[in-house]
Design a protein around this ligand. Structure first.
Ligand SMILES: Cc1ncc(COP(=O)(O)O)c(C=O)c1O
Ligand SMILES: [Zn+2]
Length: 388
């Protein structure tokens, strides 16, 4: 195993990895796993990857689980990078791609993070896992906890899409519906976790979900033959996907697998909940809580994220940006993408498709560039949104 320690993304304080941990004990910011990449580079080459299993565990050397420990797995990762030729042609873009994360277990990219985080939690002996969720992270935790033989306690807003609620229950989780937002769900867990003996699996409040998510970046590079695209459009709520990919790019550069060029990263949010877009436009380093958050893209209904400062830093460092989309635009473009590409995308993924013509019109993205959209989930979980 090549994990050496955890490092605080806020103050840099070093933490030992070998116990269950949440945020930095010094400043309450997220902890990131750090690897001995020089040693990884000596045992793992890009070529060696080609013969490995088609799951995120093909990147085992840059994942935290100690050697010999069996991961909790449902076959996560290894999703296709599909050309979106027809939708691209309509926007006059030759090089448009979709990373289709709906093809993960539980139909969203949340499976990646939970596979790694649940594997680590079980390794450390946790037995009761709790998570606040907009929907898909709950389904993923319920599935991996069931697989691992652990308890899952899932806190969701009462108006979370029905499919997510039913899914969690059928996977054997204890589901609590809260009259409020994901932030209220998180606060409820924080209040009760000590007494209940729960381990808090909140986005970026434990160190390993981001490690699962970073495999999005490894896969993307591998699928594009170790050349990254010019532009990435990513629907951001808590931001782990964006933050994880950025970490993967740095790791791959340290491994000598890619160069120093980076895609311009764009955060796509709903106009009814756009804390990152607002902060980006205002030139702020952190994002204020977004009032009265509302959107049918439940994964984007995150009014306040612990990783806000990290997202904003990445958007600026990459020379990317942040943009909002109306719910109506997401729903309208879903059928366009569906009929053109054969993908029933989640509203969050649809938001990125809807953002594309706007970014082109604003001159933020150009038609000659290679562009990758992340479809983070499946429309099948959001049937309420289409009953218009
Ligand atoms: C389908 C979907 N897309 C995007 C997001 C936002 O992801 P992140 O927290 O990585 O920003 C979520 C989160 O719930 C989601 O369920
Ligand atoms: Zn710190």
């Amino acid at each position: 195993m090549f994990l050496t320690h955890l490092s605080c993304a806020g103050c840099g304080l070093r933490h030992e990895w070998a116990s269950l941990q949440n945020l930095c004990t010094g400043c309450q910011k997220p902890l990131f796993p750090i690897y001995d990449l020089a040693a990884v580079g000596r045992v793992l080459t890009r070529e060696a990857l080609t013969t490995r299993e088609k799951s995120l565990w093909r990147y085992r050397e840059v994942l935290p689980l100690p050697e010999g420990v069996e991961p909790v797995s449902l076959g996560e990762g290894g999703t296709p990078l599909l050309r979106a030729a027809k939708f691209g042609a309509r926007c006059d873009i030759a090089n448009l791609w979709v990373k289709d994360e709906a093809q993960n277990p539980t139909q969203s990219f949340k499976a990646r993070g939970m596979a790694v985080a649940v594997s680590m939690a079980r390794f450390f002996g946790a037995t009761r896992l709790a998570v606040p969720t907009a929907g898909n992270a709950g389904g993923a935790l319920a599935a991996y906890a069931a697989r691992a033989g652990l308890e899952a306690h899932i806190f969701m807003p009462r108006d979370t899409p029905r499919a997510n609620i039913i899914e969690c229950r059928e996977l054997g989780a204890n589901v609590v519906l809260i009259d409020g937002l994901i932030t209220d769900c998180g606060a409820e867990i924080a209040r009760r976790k000590a007494a209940e003996g729960w381990f808090d699996m909140s986005t970026l409040k434990e160190p390993y979900r981001v490690e699962g998510k970073k495999t999005l970046g490894y896969e993307l590079a591998e699928q594009l033959n170790w050349a990254l695209p010019d532009v990435i459009l990513y629907p951001t709520g808590g931001g782990t996907g964006l933050i994880g990919m950025w970490k993967a790019f740095d790791e791959m550069e340290a491994l000598g697998w890619i160069g120093s060029a980076r895609p311009r990263m764009f955060s796509v949010q709903a106009s009814g909940c756009a804390p990152i877009v607002r902060a980006f436009e205002a030139g702020q380093a952190a994002a204020a809580e977004f009032p009265n958050a509302q959107t049918c893209a439940s994964g984007l209904r995150v009014p306040k994220a612990v990783g806000d400062f990290l997202m904003l830093r990445i958007l600026r460092e990459s020379n990317g940006g942040a943009i909002t989309v109306e719910d109506e635009e997401m729903i309208r473009v879903t059928r366009e993408v569906g009929s053109a590409e054969g993908l029933f995308v989640a509203p969050e993924g649809a938001a990125c498709f809807a953002a594309l013509p706007k970014l082109l019109a604003a001159g933020k993205v150009s038609r000659e560039e290679s562009i990758v959209i992340f479809n983070t989930g499946s429309g099948i979980k959001y049937l309420e949104c289409y009953e218009l």
